[in-house]
Design a protein around this ligand. Structure first.
Ligand SMILES: Cc1ncc(COP(=O)(O)O)c(C=O)c1O
Length: 354
């Protein structure tokens, strides 16, 4: 079987980290309750891990993927005539093929954002619709942590959004597909920028940081979680061999595995950024805070580099002044990115621009 060349396409192009693979093998023995039912012990152990990390007053539900975590988590606390306010770059807005619109039925109200973040003032104009029966009623502010532009919200920024949401009878949702990279970037535990600052519902990711599959919907208020198991089942996201998702998360949240994997990814992104900064024809276009590096590069370089390393073009025609055609590309580092990967990529760039 031909293995796809290594590169910087995305952190979910990587494989499963050895510790998780070992866990999947270890758990693959005997029969246990399916669907996590009947106090099945593997799932109970994982719920306990989540309580250790996020506090006692949470409810945790496993699903297959991040899109489902977003759609079901948000969909559970909103009505179809209510609206989700989010950055235009948000995965829930741009990269879920309209799943929120189809399965929740709610409108997404987008805010233009250059760095992937939003602030309360951005949400303000939408509040004029509140109480006007012809308009969707804004109900959820959704943020991504890490953002799709590689930036990281501080706890203070999240608190400001949560307070703003709550004082306007809204909720705050966090898409945490890369939450471990954010925690490492902030040097904090998960609780400090979720539970402690007013997040209402979280999509907790693992696939991008070494898991095989499985993501988690975490509610920070048990009332909000009421009946979620029915929504998950109706939403076709109740995994029957639940232990294989649960065990991955128990391992992931033990012995700092999440932190070790995310630290590698973030450190490699910092190294890549530092190397790219030294090459005059390239320009890092977003603050590198976690594991993504956005780079403006001469358009003619892109296909030549892609012959050896895959990565995505983010913007075909970025809005910048330049004598030559430029593209903006996204380079993602992963738990398995090595210094050699970075050196090889940077050497190739240097050779091509010489
Ligand atoms: C910010 C963000 N949220 C959610 C997801 C979840 O995606 P998936 O449904 O592919 O697991 C992704 C994956 O690219 C993502 O980048």
């Amino acid at each position: 079987m031909e293995i796809v060349k290594k590169g910087f396409a995305s952190d979910n192009w990587s494989g499963v980290c050895p510790e998780i693979m070992q866990t999947l093998s270890d758990i693959n023995t005997g029969h246990v309750f399916a669907y996590g039912e009947g106090d099945e012990e593997v799932s109970q152990a994982a719920y306990k891990k989540f309580r250790n990390h996020f506090g006692r007053n949470i409810k945790t539900y496993f699903v297959y993927n991040g899109t489902a975590a977003n759609v079901l988590g948000v969909g559970h606390i909103i009505k179809s005539y209510e609206a989700i306010v989010t950055a235009h770059t948000a995965h829930i807005n741009e990269d879920e093929c309209g799943a929120p619109e189809k399965f929740i039925g709610s409108k997404i109200l987008e805010i233009n954002s250059t760095n992937g973040k939003i602030v309360p003032d951005d949400v303000e104009p939408f509040l004029n619709s509140i109480g006007f029966q012809h308009h969707n009623q804004p109900k959820i502010i959704s943020i991504s942590q890490v953002t799709e532009m590689g930036t990281v919200y501080t706890p203070q920024e999240i608190l400001a959004l949560a307070n703003y949401a709550h004082s306007n009878n809204m909720y705050l949702h966090m898409d945490g597909a890369r939450i471990s990279n954010a925690a490492v970037a902030l040097g904090m535990d998960f609780k400090s920028f979720t539970t402690d600052v007013g997040v209402d519902v979280l999509s907790f990711g693992g696939t991008k940081n070494g898991l095989m599959f499985g993501e988690v919907v975490v509610f920070f208020n048990k009332q909000l979680a009421l009946d979620f198991e029915y929504r998950r089942k109706q939403g076709m996201q109740l995994h029957s061999k639940m232990r294989f998702i649960a065990a991955q998360f128990t391992r992931y949240l033990s012995d700092d595995l999440w932190k070790m994997n995310a630290s590698v990814a973030n450190d490699m992104a910092m190294k890549l950024c530092a190397e790219i900064d030294k090459i005059s024809v390239l320009k890092v276009s977003q603050k590198v805070e976690a594991n993504g590096v956005f780079v403006l590069m001469p358009a003619e370089l892109v296909p030549k580099l892609q012959e050896k390393y895959f990565f995505h073009v983010w913007k075909e025609s970025p809005d910048i002044e330049s004598d030559i055609p430029m593209k903006e590309v996204r380079l993602m580092c992963s738990w398995d990115t090595t210094e050699d990967d970075i050196d090889g990529f940077v050497d190739l760039i240097k050779k091509l621009v010489d």
